[in-house]
Design a protein around this ligand. Structure first.
Ligand SMILES: Cc1cc2nc3c(=O)[nH]c(=O)nc-3n(C[C@H](O)[C@H](O)[C@H](O)COP(=O)(O)OP(=O)(O)OC[C@H]3O[C@@H](n4cnc5c(N)ncnc54)[C@H](O)[C@@H]3O)c2cc1C
Length: 456
């Protein structure tokens, strides 16, 4: 029997002023960037340790109360909305970097450590953490959503960069999955079961992640093209040639206009690739020359180089802020975000069809993406009070998902399922959804961990 007040009383005794029922706290933890209506939790808990997370989960379980893990709330599909109420477990006070080994290129952190906090700490020692979503997300949230970023084409997603986890299960047991070894054949791969599980199977309380050495030389370039199709053709050829590109991001003309205005840049308002090369000075030079030649064959203009570190950071900051730049195209709008990912050989056809599809919309729909991974987004900037906008955007989104699945791809390359893509997951995974349900039932039989998410 659910007894929210009894749970809140017990958690208050456990956590003191680290249990909040204030309207402002509940409000912040019940909304995200998506166009879904807010849904506040009944209370917000701020644990400091694994033991406290376990005690919170045990208390909530005893009183039949849902538990929603909360990192920085930057997810885009209604993931953190407390649609059935309950307690949000905010991990922001679990922000310790527990160990760093430059010898082994790995680090162990609490889940509330953000990617830039880790970056800052390990950067001093000549290493970096490669997964860089646009938001300064928590590593717990990034693992829980299977996040990726601009470096993924070279260094992989969270799936390739998490070695081990500590997880609190729905019955409050604490387990460890994986080890610091780079490979293992020991039993079922539970680490990867929890990556992408969006807080529905357990709460991650510790992560061991891979680090990378900062490359000896880095150079970035920006190149514009006559059409989006020309830019995409270049990206595809870069991947197919095996050129070791580190970043390869597409922004269409609308997106470039927004980014220029938001970041004070003056790039051409044309479809553009943002590129980066990592390696020794001679490798970087050879790779860049080769890619420049490929771009020229596809109608690309001159490469605008950024070799100084501050110019490169400005460029990538602008790219990371593209989401907020796009919001400026229609003040007051909400975003219906799409996130399809297809095999790279199918990318040109899928993007062409999408560009054609959005051409007739009455609201802005900029296109951007990690195109070398076959992953792109259309940001559908809708007026939340206009039913017509929402219907048109939903129809575009549904056609995009259909096309992606028909092309052998997925409805979500990196944002996850949350509330927004549950039907799309059913279309993509078919009978495998039954296996997902069985796993959920085995690990969380009372459906208390982030209920209403992922499974259709
Ligand atoms: C401007 C902008 C740009 C973005 N760009 C990218 C991008 O390039 N690539 C990308 O992948 N995503 C991107 N995102 C989406 C978002 O940043 C990622 O989904 C990120 O991984 C979410 O992390 P978070 O800490 O904010 O998690 P939250 O939003 O707090 O939570 C996300 C989900 O994970 C669960 N969760 C959180 N912490 C834990 C934990 N410790 N244990 C178990 N479950 C947990 C939550 O319950 C929820 O279901 C972007 C978002 C914005 C706003």
């Amino acid at each position: 029997m659910r007894d929210v007040q009894a749970a809140i009383d017990a958690l208050g005794t456990l956590l003191g002023d680290r249990l909040s029922t204030s309207d402002s706290d509940r409000d912040v933890h019940g909304r995200d960037e998506s166009s879904f209506p807010p849904a506040a939790p009944d209370a917000v808990a701020y644990p400091r340790s694994t033991e406290e997370v376990s005690a919170i989960v045990r208390t909530c379980s005893d009183h039949g109360v849902p538990v929603v893990a909360f990192g920085t709330g930057s997810s885009l599909e209604g993931h953190v909305l407390a649609v059935e109420g309950g307690v949000a477990v905010d991990t922001s006070l679990m922000d310790a970097i527990l160990r760093v080994s430059i010898e082994d290129l790995d680090a162990t952190v609490q889940p509330g450590v953000t990617r830039t906090a880790l970056e800052k700490r390990v950067g001093r020692e000549g290493a970096f953490f490669s997964v860089d979503p646009g938001a300064d997300a928590s590593l717990g949230g990034m693992a829980a959503t299977g996040a990726s970023g601009t470096n993924t084409v070279r260094y992989g997603t969270m799936r390739e960069n998490v070695l081990a986890l500590e997880v609190v299960l729905a019955d409050a047991r604490v387990i460890r999955t994986g080890t610091r070894a780079r490979k293992s054949s020991a039993g079922y791969d539970l680490t990867h079961l929890f990556i992408g599980s969006e807080g529905t199977l357990g709460i991650i309380t510790e992560l061991t992640v891979r680090l990378r050495p900062i490359p000896e030389a880095i150079s970035a370039a920006v190149c514009s093209f006559p059409t989006t199709a020309h830019a995409v053709a270049t990206a595809i050829e870069i991947v197919q040639s095996g050129a070791p590109i580190a970043r390869c991001e597409l922004l269409d003309a609308t997106m470039m206009g927004a980014v220029n205005a938001h970041a004070g840049l003056d790039h051409a308002e044309a479809p553009t690739l943002f590129l980066e090369f990592h390696g020794s000075p001679s490798e970087v030079e050879d790779d860049a020359r080769y890619v420049e030649e490929l771009a020229r064959e596809h109608g690309g203009g001159d490469f605008a180089w950024s070799v100084r570190a501050e110019d490169r950071s400005r460029l990538w900051r602008a790219r990371h802020n593209a989401y907020f730049a796009a919001l400026g195209l229609r003040p007051g709008c909400r975003v219906l975000t799409t996130d399809v990912c297809v095999p790279v050989s199918e990318l040109a056809a899928v993007i062409d069809a999408t560009v054609e599809d959005v051409a007739g919309l009455t609201f802005p729909a900029p296109v951007l993406g990690h195109v070398a991974d076959g992953n792109f987004h259309v940001m559908l900037l809708i007026d939340p009070d206009e039913d017509g906008d929402r219907q048109a955007a939903t129809a575009v989104y549904e056609r995009m998902v259909e096309r992606a699945i028909a092309a052998g791809g997925t409805c979500t390359g990196e944002h996850g399922v949350g509330l927004g893509k549950r039907r799309a997951l059913a279309a993509e995974a078919g009978p495998a959804v039954g296996v997902m349900r069985a796993l959920k039932q085995a690990l969380d039989p009372d459906d208390l961990l982030n209920p209403g998410k992922v499974l259709p």
